[in-house]
Design a protein around this ligand. Structure first.
Ligand code: GDP
Length: 138
């Protein structure tokens, strides 16, 4: 079993898409082992996305991520990291496959509705960034 960090981003929370996204997660065999709603501070968004700090879109991305509430999730499944990224679809919704969350819900490249860890070492940083051990119950 593998765990990954998922975020339902502000654009999706704002449009009342939490339920539809959770339904897709559960029906694809993920267990939601931790979940909470939060309004990130700019400092938290900057620390979470520190790997992107040299990118030209870092300022826009971090401001967007604290522009409204998000839903933070830890998902568990076999091959969870790759399976969640497949269910989300490509970063740019115009390139996302049919039936993916980003294809169906994303507004644009930035407001793309969902986040997922991209590798085991990323998940190992991202999950404890938001959840302590007591909050994760399999
Ligand atoms: P991900 O792993 O699929 O989320 O993609 P990346 O790690 O490459 O980028 C992180 C997030 O930054 C994306 O999910 C988008 O929300 C945002 N992003 C990526 N590229 C751009 C861009 O060119 N401009 C802006 N404003 N945001 C971007």
């Amino acid at each position: 079993m593998e765990q990954t960090l998922a975020i339902i981003k502000p654009d999706a929370v704002e449009r009342n898409l939490i339920g539809q996204i959770l339904e897709r997660i559960e029906s694809r065999g993920f267990r939601i082992v931790a979940m909470k709603r939060a309004l990130l501070t700019l400092a938290q968004a900057e620390a979470f996305y520190h790997v992107h700090k040299e990118r030209p879109f870092f300022g826009e991305l971090t401001q967007y991520m604290c522009s409204g509430p998000v839903v933070l999730l830890t998902l568990e499944r076999e091959n969870a990291i790759a399976a969640w990224r497949e269910l989300m679809g490509a970063t740019n919704p115009q390139e996302a496959a049919e039936g993916t969350i980003r294809k169906d819900f994303a507004i644009n490249l930035e407001k793309n509705s969902a986040h997922g860890s991209d590798a085991p070492d990323t998940a190992a940083f991202e999950i404890p960034f938001f959840f302590n051990k007591l909050e994760i119950q399999g």
